[in-house]
Design a protein around this ligand. Structure first.
Ligand SMILES: NC(=O)c1ccc[n+]([C@@H]2O[C@H](COP(=O)([O-])OP(=O)(O)OC[C@H]3O[C@@H](n4cnc5c(N)ncnc54)[C@H](OP(=O)(O)O)[C@@H]3O)[C@@H](O)[C@H]2O)c1
Length: 308
């Protein structure tokens, strides 16, 4: 089968080539991939793999072979899938606990962004508690996770505060997604918030923590900053109005079932309730463009490659 294989001799570390088609285990389906989304984490993983390996976490397509243990969807079902590799290829095998069925008319490019970005935003919001009426600050708001977090927070009845280094450039887009306020830095927001979903880390996390009110929760979701977090003396001390605040370490695979959430998120995308915020979408033959943009930090949204 054709696949985007690791090739350390290439500037991007990847090239279109061929790989052996995988054979599903009893609890796996075989999926014909139509589109996959890229993440910085995928690229980091690919850098550590041997030449000829197939990386890729999230991909969408159709089931072409059912799980022999009867646990997964039927042949022909549109699915969004996660695996710790193997997604950047014409066919991938997927454990039936790592996929969600999608409406048959779903845009497969859009739902390929569900397993990592949308799912992370959903689980981070859940971890922070009820959202209704609360102010929720989202850093790295123009990114794949950030854009979903804004939309889901808005949908849940929260008041999202978006933090982007470029509020002039992205403010209108982020407000369209549901942000109530867009600021360049957490310190620019004068009020307090109940939740921070932080995808940036470093000094920005420290300044965002300073915005939390009593019982506020900061979800440390990502670390794009090159600097470490350093809390000034007294920053973690409680005061009557800022008591009992928490920093929560976070990983999207929190042990709760994925298929119902992958399916629900895919339905929201298919129904137009959520937008995938795809910033780059082309044939996988041009994937080097997206890889360069991801590595340079010039991509603000999801990159989706389509197989042809
Ligand atoms: N814990 C988990 O389970 C989990 C799951 C998914 C992702 N992640 C992690 O979460 C992070 C975000 O993922 P993503 O897919 O949303 O990333 P992304 O699409 O690359 O976007 C991140 C956004 O953060 C901002 N940013 C980038 N570098 C920055 C820096 N050095 N300082 C301040 N802002 C910066 C940019 O927005 P502006 O330029 O507009 O500010 C960018 O659009 C990554 O570290 C990823 O590995 C973790």
């Amino acid at each position: 089968m054709r696949a985007l294989i690791v090739d350390h001799a290439q500037p991007s570390g990847l090239r279109l080539g061929t790989a052996a088609q995988p054979a599903p285990r009893p609890d796996e389906v075989l999926v014909k991939v139509a589109a996959f989304a890229l993440n910085a984490g995928d690229l980091a993983t690919a850098r550590g793999l041997k030449d000829g390996s197939v990386a890729g976490w999230e991909a969408a397509g159709h089931v072409v072979e059912e799980a022999s243990d009867g646990s997964g969807p039927a042949v022909g079902t549109a699915v969004t899938t996660f695996g710790h590799g193997g997604g950047w290829a014409e066919y991938r095998t997927v454990n039936t606990a790592m996929l969600g069925a999608a409406p048959k008319d779903a845009d497969l490019g859009a739902i390929s962004t569900v397993p990592v970005s949308a799912n992370s935003a959903l689980r981070a919001l859940r971890r922070s508690g009820p959202a209704l009426g609360r102010r929720i600050m989202i850093t790295g708001a123009t990114g794949g996770v950030g854009r979903y977090a804004i939309q889901l927070a808005h949908l849940a009845g929260a008041r999202p505060i978006a933090v982007t280094r470029s509020p002039e450039r992205f403010g209108a887009e982020l407000r369209d997604l549901g942000a109530q306020v867009v600021v360049a830095d957490p310190a620019d927001y004068q009020d307090t918030v109940h939740t921070v979903i932080d995808t940036v880390g470093g000094p920005l996390l420290v300044r965002a923590f300073d915005r939390l009110n009593t019982c506020g929760v900061l979800i440390a979701l990502g670390h794009l900053a090159t600097e470490e977090e350093s809390f000034p003396p007294g920053a973690l001390m409680a005061t009557p109005d800022r008591n009992n605040r928490a920093v929560v370490s976070f990983h999207q695979f929190d042990g709760t079932a994925l298929p119902p959430d992958f399916t629900w998120l895919s339905e929201q995308l298919a129904g137009g309730v959520l937008q995938p915020s795809i910033a780059w979408r082309k044939s996988w033959q041009h994937v080097e463009e997206a890889i360069t943009a991801l590595r340079d930090g010039t991509l603000h949204g999801k990159a989706v490659a389509e197989l042809d």
